[in-house]
Design a protein around this ligand. Sequence first.
Ligand SMILES: [Fe+2]
Ligand SMILES: [Fe+2]
Length: 158
Amino acid sequence: MARPKASNKVLEVLNNIYTGEIGAVGIYMDQHIKAADAGYKQFADMLKKDAVEEMKHAEHLAERILYLGVDVRYDKHEVPKMPETDPIDFFKTDIMLETVAIKRLNDGINICFKEKDNGSRLLLETILQEEETHLDVYETMLENITKYGDAYIVQHLM
Ligand SMILES: [Fe+2]
Ligand SMILES: [Fe+2]
């Protein structure tokens, strides 16, 4: 069966999102290790789980790019400068990262639709739903830290 013809616009989208995912893996792993070192065990476990989810996103994107018949392009991802171990700063960084990722995915979905590559569109939609869940969890936790302070941190992050 013939594979869909790869559109350059779609390949650009898939490669850009792939790069973003690899960046997110690095950032969440870095945060996971710092959080564990500072004694935030539950927070560290969550960040590790999320890093693995971002890795799976990258994996599925790379598989799709190869399926479309081209090699994956790797661009260095800009890593934001982060304060060391403050959970509040981690959450702010992660909310920003997920917000950027969600915008990139929504724009990419529109391009895939216009280019009639619905296989790629469906993959991006699946990833989008998971990023929305990440964002929702981070926003809720940050709100709760603001509301309940140290008691919340001790009970839910340590
Ligand atoms: Fe992701
Ligand atoms: Fe995410």
